[in-house]
Write a protein that binds this ligand. Structure first.
Ligand SMILES: [Zn+2]
Length: 471
């Protein structure tokens, strides 16, 4: 659309600014994938491994008393996200008191006056879900955003949900999606015009980003149904109770899912893949992991290994990821599921640089990150392009989706009013960039690295032409 001249205001912004792509987090889905922008941390570090999860340590199978140990941010539990984020992780709203969030799924640190659209978000959000009507949400965001610009807030974060909403109901390039994008473009134009009038355009960093990509879904494999067909009582949303469940299935996006074995029996640690493959793990009489990998919808599965690190497999073989002296090693066992080409050791940055444009961009970093979170399931299942994992209770049906580790879901645009370095980025790296622009210190212990400091620029001084060429 940019190339076709369909986004004139963004095009004007990019004449002086720059663009690149950044790798989002896994699972590549809304709520979770906003953590990088607003905390500089990954889902694993935040202990928010997905939009739905189960606390294996506390869940004991009781319908009412244990309902708090099962989470879905897609319904009435959405406001629980702020309190679920690991307490030591600060949000940008806590670091910058002169900040405001509009339609933000993460609001920790915001006082009610700094979260002015909270009620509208809930109202339009629930209506859009049933009425297939997302533009009123974006129109409300535009109104609040322009008001915030006029009020002179130092940092403004605004989420435009319509592009994602229309994408799920149609296709990523359908007319309703394009119309919503043109309206976002018009809002950017209005923001820039107001800033110019006040003489503040040049001092303002505008970042237009996305938390994930999307692709067309041609076939649904309802994973919860898949387990039940094997005689395995399975817990899954929206009915989060099952007598003596032997599996819990938590789907995200809907291109990935976390599987918990024996969720009604509280335990401290995850079962390794070797244990999950035993016939009694799910009580199905067979190797559930192998059966999953034979499904055409499944690209990858991953779990912890008894040998340490993370085991990852597909239908043709498996490999193991583990920290080693010079970074992280990918060691094929009897296959190359991440399509790396053989054994390899690299730093986390090295893995990003080597794989950011591959079939599973930066997957080494993101799979290890998933298993940092205590709340992550025993097994993580990743869908192949064109497939997703939810059918029965997805109303309306998802005709396009995300949530997987594939390139089209993981690569996201970074369009900025300042030059962007032509180096591979993660969305977590935009957090230090924003703090730098705001003149704030970057806190220790976050996952975002100082690869782009748009104000002080000490690390990469890249000629502007190269930055333009980056996308
Ligand atoms: Zn979505």
């Amino acid at each position: 659309m940019l190339a076709a001249g369909d986004l004139p205001h963004l095009s004007t912004m990019l004449e002086r600014g720059g663009r690149n792509r950044a790798i989002t987090v896994f699972p590549s889905t809304t709520s979770v994938a906003y953590l990088p922008f607003l905390t500089g941390c990954t889902p694993g570090r935040c202990n928010i491994p997905s939009i739905r999860w189960l606390d294996r340590r506390s869940y004991g199978g009781r319908w009412w008393r244990d309902r708090e140990s099962v989470r879905s941010y897609c319904g009435y539990q959405a406001p629980r996200l702020d309190g679920d984020i690991a307490p030591e992780v600060p949000t940008i709203f806590e670091l910058e008191p002169e900040s405001i969030g509009i339609f933000t799924p993460i609001a920790r640190g915001l006082t009610p006056d700094r979260d002015p659209s909270r009620r509208e978000r809930q109202f339009w959000g629930s209506l859009a879900h049933f009425a297939l009507w997302h533009q009123p949400s974006d129109d409300a965001v535009s109104r609040h955003l322009l008001r915030a610009v006029d009020a002179g807030w130092k940092f403004v974060f605004a989420q435009f949900p319509a592009v994602d909403g229309y994408t799920h109901q149609t296709t990523p390039d359908a007319e309703p999606v394009r119309r919503a994008l043109r309206k976002v473009d018009a809002t950017v134009g209005a923001v820039r015009q107001r800033l110019r009038r006040r003489g503040e355009l040049e001092q303002t960093l505008i970042l237009v980003v996305s938390d994930h990509g999307a692709t067309v879904v041609r076939a649904h494999l309802d994973l919860a149904t898949w387990f039940r067909r094997r005689g395995i009582p399975t817990l899954s949303h929206p009915v989060t109770w099952e007598r003596s469940p032997r599996a819990a299935v938590m789907v995200a996006g809907n291109g990935s899912a976390m599987i918990y074995a024996r969720p009604g029996e509280p335990r401290e640690s995850r079962w390794p893949v070797e244990r999950l493959r035993q016939a009694d793990a799910f009580g199905s009489g067979g190797d559930v992991v192998e059966a999953l990998l034979r499904e055409p919808a499944v690209a990858l599965a991953a779990g912890e290994s008894v040998d340490g690190g993370v085991w990852v497999g597909n239908a043709r073989g498996s490999a193991r990821l583990f920290p080693s002296a010079n970074g992280v090693t990918y060691q094929p066992i009897d296959g190359d599921p991440l399509v790396v080409g053989g054994a390899r050791t690299a730093t986390m940055r090295g893995w990003l640089e080597a794989t950011w444009d591959g079939p599973y961009p930066d997957a080494v970093f993101h799979l290890l990150d998933q298993f940092r979170a205590g709340r992550t399931g025993d097994l993580v299942v990743v869908a192949r392009e064109g497939h997703d994992f939810r059918e029965r209770f997805e109303v309306p049906e998802h005709k396009a989706g995300h949530g997987s580790l594939i390139r089209a879901h993981m690569q996201t645009p970074v369009w900025a009013s300042e030059a962007v370095p032509a180096v591979p980025l993660r969305t977590v790296d935009l957090f230090p960039a924003m703090l730098d622009w705001l003149g704030l210190d970057v806190p220790d212990g976050i996952d975002g690295e100082r690869v782009w400091l748009p104000r002080s620029r000490p690390r990469f001084s890249i000629p502007r032409k190269r930055a333009y060429a980056s996308a």
